[in-house]
Design a protein around this ligand. Structure first.
Ligand SMILES: Cc1cc2nc3c(=O)[nH]c(=O)nc-3n(C[C@H](O)[C@H](O)[C@H](O)COP(=O)(O)OP(=O)(O)OC[C@H]3O[C@@H](n4cnc5c(N)ncnc54)[C@H](O)[C@@H]3O)c2cc1C
Length: 313
């Protein structure tokens, strides 16, 4: 039998939302425990330069997350390297099981388990991730000023990303497997009217090609889905825009979700459909998906949890 640890506030996840919740909950004297999960530091540890986090003109993603962890720790947050495998929300205190064998009991829980961009799963995509291959136009579009870019996908995400990227790129080629888009009509209209965007129908990504030293993208090989013919398109950036999946495994059967599985919170708060369970960051946010918005929601979740606990006393 592993040990049992009790806390007033259990924070699950160590991205910007989790660590910010840790800072605020610690400063509210709630002595929080934060469980980091399989990816300590969250999504930003998988990228290089971050240029849009206030206070840092430019910072490497992993460095920013180490600073956030140190900040939460310095305020008194207990940070534990463990993965929560089960969360029982039917009783109070809530009970979370850790992969390590530890059981965590908590008067309130802040869920900050984030989301994952969906990828195509090919080797060359993995190789150039962060070096020309991206899944976030808001994060990385700025790096491609005056250059040619391709976007992969056919839904709302792909069309929105393609339109946004025309603010920077000289040309955007949208590559789609079929000859029609799943995106909303209004988005499609904007796409077809935009002179910087070319749509390549009936094609799928075959391979990302580029240089080794420095590592960087120079183009893509695409395959015609009907004829099998392979063509090359020169480009400096590849944006894979086939959607995101929120990490809701622990709660998808018990909490209300919306917009394709994101945890639903009351407008203007982080309160979920179960009192005492709060959600922050990409897990609840299908729109902005940024480090700074996640951090903002982490702050809100800690303040919401503090208020909830005060009302219980
Ligand atoms: C390649 C890339 C580049 C990006 N660039 C930028 C950028 O330049 N600027 C920007 O603002 N945003 C950027 N983003 C987006 C940004 O990273 C996210 O919006 C942000 O990290 C979301 O923070 P979060 O705290 O909600 O969750 P995440 O960062 O997704 O972290 C989730 C955390 O939950 C933990 N977790 C999950 N399941 C469990 C579990 N069962 N038990 C315990 N822990 C668990 C994980 O280990 C992880 O620590 C980028 C994203 C990617 C992928």
């Amino acid at each position: 039998m592993g040990e049992t640890k009790h806390t007033k506030v259990l924070i699950i996840g160590s991205g910007p939302a989790g660590y910010t919740a840790g800072v605020y909950a610690s400063r509210a004297m709630l002595e929080p425990i934060l469980v980091q999960g399989i990816e300590p530091g969250g999504q930003l540890t998988t990228t290089t330069e971050v240029e849009n986090y206030p206070g840092f003109t430019e910072v490497q993603g992993p460095d920013l997350m180490i600073k956030m962890q140190e900040h939460a720790q310095a305020m008194g947050c207990e940070i534990i390297g463990d993965i929560i495998t089960e969360l029982d929300t039917s009783r109070r205190p809530f009970v979370a099981k850790g992969d390590s064998g530890t059981t965590y009991t908590a008067d309130a829980v802040i869920l900050a388990t984030g989301a994952r961009a969906k990828w195509l799963g090919m080797e060359s995509e993995e190789k150039f991730k962060g070096f020309g291959v991206s899944a976030c136009a808001t994060c990385d579009g700025f790096f491609y000023r005056g250059q040619e870019i391709v976007v992969i996908g056919g839904g709302n995400t792909a069309v929105e990303e393609a339109l946004f990227l025309t603010n920077f790129a000289s040309k955007v080629t949208l590559i789609h497997r079929r000859d029609e888009l799943r995106a909303e009509k209004i988005l499609q209209d904007r796409l077809f009217k935009n002179e910087k965007i070319e749509t390549l129908w009936f094609h799928e990504l075959e391979e990302v090609i580029g240089t080794e030293s420095p590592l960087g993208v120079t183009g893509v090989k695409v395959k015609h889905t009907k004829t099998g013919e392979i063509n090359e398109i020169p480009c400096a950036g590849v944006f894979v825009a086939i959607g995101h999946a929120p990490a809701t495994e622990l709660v998808k059967d018990v909490l209300e979700t919306h917009n394709g599985g994101y945890v639903k919170v009351e407008a203007g708060s982080t309160r979920t459909s179960i009192p005492g369970i709060f959600a922050a960051g990409d897990l609840t946010d299908h729109v902005y998906r940024q480090a700074v918005t996640s951090a903002g929601m982490g702050c809100m979740a800690a303040l919401d949890a503090e208020k909830f606990l005060a009302e219980q006393e």
